[in-house]
Ligand binder design. Structure first.
Ligand code: UDP
Ligand code: MG
Length: 322
């Protein structure tokens, strides 16, 4: 029988955790003839009664486990800890606040078991109804921007709610970078993802843990983790300077203007030349830094999805994600 481990990050969620647990018990019963469902809660340094509730649940239910952090490290750290500890054949991640409808876990499991070409089934919202307008506006701009400048495509509306085969979960953990942006990582590791679409649902209880500025910083993290295009900006600035330099120099030499204006044009031309040279140097530095950045992150050169023929049994060196 398959085992499904569901990783659930929690930060000050005492108001909703029991509702979530009850709903998940129902889902577990629905799946019981096919798969065993385990709940792996990661308490991200809660200061309310979350840990007490998790302790009680894990004592009375052998399908529940929890990890509790020494302080709040952020949802990304909680997701990583959960994925590292999860040992199911299928690993799911979801929020505890019921914004990720638990009943979709059944559909995700069926899709994965019935279609062997799928490695992951993820959920995305078709609407952002109920979300503050400013947040939706900036979220949309963010997805547009990142998809334009990064090779890693990030689906607008995708939630951190998905079920993966074990191989994919291992690949996600193998990306040892510290500035983690899971939406990007799930896409970067590849594999085939099927999508379930649903309407946005509001939190069952409690408040969102994200402030506007927290989300803004997270978006910047995503951009910096998945593209080095901003490092090319000095080259664009240098290009502009090198176009302006001869124009200003010619104007200074041949335009019939007063001496002061001629001097001003001449100084501007020299300034453009110098700035262009500085920007070119910065661009070159940026180019090398982007290579260093890639080396430091040390992402796997490739990830193997399946093997066949004479490679089937061989545990090759290329299985570097292990
Ligand atoms: N969360 C966490 N650590 C944090 C912030 C949030 O583990 O520092 C958890 C939270 O308990 C919830 C999930 O991440 O299960 C999503 O958080 P939230 O609902 O506040 O985000 P939103 O849905 O508003 O984006
Ligand atoms: Mg939420």
């Amino acid at each position: 029988m398959d085992k499904i481990t569901v990783v659930v990050p929690c930060f000050n969620e005492e108001a909703v955790i029991t509702t979530f647990y009850e709903k998940m018990s129902e889902i577990s019963n629905r799946l019981s003839s096919l798969a065993g469902l385990e709940l792996l809660f990661v308490d991200d340094g809660s200061t309310d009664g979350t840990v007490k509730l998790l302790e009680a649940m894990s004592e009375k239910d052998s399908r529940v486990g929890y990890i509790s952090f020494s302080r709040n490290f952020g949802k990304e750290a909680a997701l990583l800890a959960g994925l590292e500890a999860a040992d199911g054949d299928f690993v799911a991640v979801m929020d505890v606040d019921m914004q990720d409808p638990p009943e979709y876990l059944v559909q995700m499991y069926h899709m994965l078991t019935e279609d062997s070409s799928l490695d992951c089934v993820a959920a995305k919202r078709t609407t952002r109804a109920g979300e503050p307008k400013v947040r939706s506006f900036f979220a949309r701009r963010f997805y547009k921007l990142i998809n334009r400048i990064s090779d890693t495509k990030i689906v607008d509306g995708a939630r951190d709610f998905r079920m993966m085969r074990r191989d994919m979960a291992e690949a996600v953990v193998a990306l040892g970078e510290r500035c983690r942006f899971s939406k990007g990582i799930f896409s970067w590791v590849g594999f085939n993802t099927g999508w379930i679409e649903f309407e946005n649902t509001e939190r069952a209880a409690g408040d969102t843990k994200w402030s506007f500025f927290g989300l803004f910083a997270y978006a910047l993290e995503g951009i910096m983790a998945f593209t080095t295009v901003p490092m090319c900006l000095p080259f664009i600035a240098a290009g502009v300077c090198f176009v302006l330099f001869p124009i200003l120099a010619l104007l200074a030499a041949f335009l019939q203007v007063s001496g002061v204006l001629r001097l001003l044009l001449g100084v501007s031309a020299v300034a453009m030349l110098c700035t262009g040279m500085i920007m070119t140097s910065l661009g070159v530095l940026g180019g090398y830094m982007s290579k260093m950045y890639r080396e430091v992150k040390a992402r796997p050169m490739y990830i193997v999805r399946r093997r066949g023929g004479i490679c089937s049994g061989a545990l090759m060196k290329s299985r570097s994600i292990k």
